[in-house]
Design a protein around this ligand. Structure first.
Ligand SMILES: [Zn+2]
Length: 80
């Protein structure tokens, strides 16, 4: 059986409370083991058209920096 520590040095096994969350019975700390790690998530997947337009502009309208948007959409976001 796998046991998890809460990180506070309680020495108690975490209790599963559902939805991927584990709770320490001693200090009550909840750790969501089921949550995706969002560190280093800079693939630009959720980049807004405005952010994309700023980058597109700063790159001198390089088509490699359109982030899935069209030139027209990016120009519109820039107010041009
Ligand atoms: Zn604890």
């Amino acid at each position: 059986m796998v046991s998890y520590g809460c990180g506070n040095g309680c020495g108690a096994d975490m209790e599963y409370i559902g939805d991927g969350d584990w709770k320490c019975p001693t200090c009550g700390k909840v750790i969501a083991f089921g949550e995706p790690d969002e560190e280093d998530d800079d693939n630009g997947e959720a980049l807004s058209v405005w952010d994309a337009a700023d980058i597109y502009l700063s790159r001198g309208f390089d088509e490699d920096y359109r982030f899935g948007y069209t030139h027209e959409e990016l120009m519109k976001a820039l107010g041009k």
